[in-house]
Design a binder for this molecule. Structure first.
Ligand SMILES: Nc1ncnc2c1ncn2[C@@H]1O[C@H](COP(=O)(O)OP(=O)(O)OP(=O)(O)O)[C@@H](O)[C@H]1O
Ligand SMILES: [Mg+2]
Length: 236
């Protein structure tokens, strides 16, 4: 079988002390949505950082479209087509919405106005608020800025660490709808989610991580139906 479009395979490593990730594998196919869930401190963000090149792996490798990118810096991975929205500090609060999007296009030397228009089509509220400091927006709107910023490089893979953190259920549903829309354009989505049920519902593939290791891996649907996953991770 061909390799998945993006795969972090057998990732082992940490922040210099003891390993946080233990032979952890995450993958996503082209245009699909893969969701990572698991308890606080399970290493979800660490695994995302590892895939994006922010963590030196002791073992394992990362492949993007068949190419080994394990040795590349995060910036080099952006050039290869990866976009990443970290869990925290993912926008510049004192800069306007438009400036945040322009910053997102930092690697581009071409005209990115079309991409900006696409982001505004996806998130119309950002167009209305384009001249406001991003820090003045609501939580859900700030997450839209963060996702929009990452889209400005026209990534092939979009990695999102808890895009719906701290937003209301209605705003969460809206964000998930937009994320599905992005995936339908052919962009692969690899995302960490605290809202496990709702996220697994839209996931082609789901990963349950516990203590830095893969505990369950299956389609989103199968994980939702698995009694043990339900009891242990989805609250029954
Ligand atoms: N920069 C860091 N330096 C050292 N240890 C860290 C660092 N960041 C995280 N850790 C540790 O790594 C482990 C996994 O943390 P991580 O943030 O990856 O978990 P998580 O699954 O994303 O949790 P949450 O659901 O709270 O976001 C924790 O024990 C945490 O204390
Ligand atoms: Mg985290």
């Amino acid at each position: 079988m061909a390799d998945p479009f993006l795969i972090g395979a057998g990732m082992t490593g940490g922040y210099g002390g003891a390993d946080i990730l233990h032979d952890c594998t995450l993958a996503v196919e082209k245009g699909e949505i893969a969701v990572i869930v698991g308890p606080n401190g399970a290493g979800k963000s660490t695994a995302m950082k590892a895939v994006f090149g922010m963590l030196k792996l002791r073992q394992g490798h990362v492949l993007l479209d068949g190419e080994d990118i394990t040795a590349l810096s995060p910036q080099a991975r952006v050039h290869k087509g990866m976009g990443f929205v970290p869990q925290t500090h993912n926008i510049f609060g004192s800069m306007t919405v438009a400036e945040n999007l322009e910053m997102g296009a930092f690697i581009r030397r071409d005209d990115f106005r079309d991409t900006m228009a696409q982001v505004y089509d996806l998130f119309p509220i950002l167009k209305d608020k384009r001249n406001q400091p991003a820090g003045e927006l609501s939580g859900g709107q700030r997450q839209q800025v963060a996702v929009g910023r990452a889209l400005m490089t026209q990534p092939k893979v979009l990695m999102l660490d808890e895009p719906t953190a701290g937003v209301s259920p209605i705003v969460m549903d809206e964000l998930f709808d937009r994320i599905i829309e992005v995936a339908r354009t052919g962009i692969s989505i690899l995302m960490v989610e605290q809202n496990a049920r709702q996220a697994l519902e839209i996931a082609d593939k789901g990963y349950v991580l516990v203590q830095g290791a893969n505990r369950f891996t299956d389609t989103g649907k199968a994980l939702m139906a698995d009694p043990e996953v339900r009891r242990t991770f989805l609250g029954g």
